[in-house]
Design a protein around this ligand. Structure first.
Ligand code: GLU
Length: 294
């Protein structure tokens, strides 16, 4: 019987971008990160990655939080909002600029495309100074043949290319970018284990370089296969995945557990969300997740 968080050192999180209400695919991710944290008697957090006011809305944030509550997925600490962390991101960017691990970039997408990702304006050599025309800030990657272990997918190998892959960490419009904010907050919130969708797998090697540049310990990674719709597309807000019906939490949780390959025996949609979550925690076996959908 698990009574709630005890300090095992494990800290996990679910970190949605509020581009729309929670859909079935995001419930599956939320549930996997929740169950992994609970089964390891760890702490589970929710962080709203509201970095882009042009694509996101406060209503979506409220809907996501209400949906998580309706499904019994309650975080152990207050929800963090990235929109309230700008000063911290800016301090990190200033440090990276100073260390030469980031640079100001005025290149347009077109220019970069025409130059096979090389910067024709000398940005990477530090030729763009503050006060120039609007610039983005990019993280300066090192060339690397990166190998790492995923707790579900096993050995991973990714090629990281300096310059051509350098991710934007602050956009020209002044918005902070996902690649920086996600690492900055996972460090600040002392996240030890990242459980998320495998659509983010390709970001991981770059993120590991950002962790190292910030002198932080890299978390363990567990990427779960992305849920596809009948057309074989990722269930996402962009593909108009329907919002979850919060009036049917038990049904939704059972379907999500099924998508995660878990043992549903004895569970029915007449059980409460809390009972389903407790049983699912006791039985949680990530190795049962089908890998075919990845
Ligand atoms: N905010 C990201 C998303 O909604 C997920 C971040 C992460 O888990 O690393 O796709």
């Amino acid at each position: 019987m698990i009574d709630g968080p005890v300090d095992t050192g494990y800290r996990g999180r679910f970190a949605p971008s509020p581009t729309g209400p929670l859909h079935f695919g995001s419930l599956v991710t939320a549930l996997a990160s929740y169950l992994e944290a609970r089964a390891r008697r760890g702490t589970w957090l929710v962080r709203i990655e509201d970095l882009d006011p042009l694509r996101e809305s406060p209503e979506a944030t409220e809907q996501i939080l209400a949906s998580l509550t309706a499904h019994g997925l309650e975080p152990d600490e207050p929800v963090r909002f990235q929109s309230r962390c700008h000063d911290r991101y800016q301090r990190i960017i200033d440090d990276l600029l100073q260390q030469g691990r980031a640079y100001r970039c005025i290149c347009s997408r077109k220019q970069l495309q025409a130059n096979h990702g090389k910067h024709p304006n000398g940005c990477r050599e530090g030729k763009v100074v503050a006060g120039d025309r609007p610039y983005a800030v990019r993280f300066a990657l090192h060339d690397e043949d990166s190998h790492w272990q995923d707790l579900l997918l096993g050995d991973q190998h990714q090629q990281v290319n300096a310059e051509t892959d350098d991710p934007v960490i602050r956009r020209k419009e002044g918005f902070y970018a996902y690649q920086l904010a996600v690492v900055a907050d996972d460090i600040d919130q002392r996240i030890t284990h990242v459980v998320r969708g495998s659509d983010l797998l390709e970001m991981t090697a770059q993120q590991c370089q950002i962790y190292r540049a910030l002198g932080a310990q890299i978390p363990a990674w567990l990427h779960i296969p992305v849920i596809l719709n009948e057309q074989g597309q990722k269930l996402s807000k962009q593909n108009h995945a329907p919002a979850l019906d919060d009036a049917r939490p038990a049904n939704n949780l059972l379907s999500a557990l099924q998508a995660l390959g878990q043992d549903l025996s004895g569970l029915t949609n007449r059980d409460s969300a809390a009972d389903i979550l407790q049983t699912a925690t006791d039985r949680w076996q990530p190795s049962r997740i089908h890998l075919t959908a990845r």
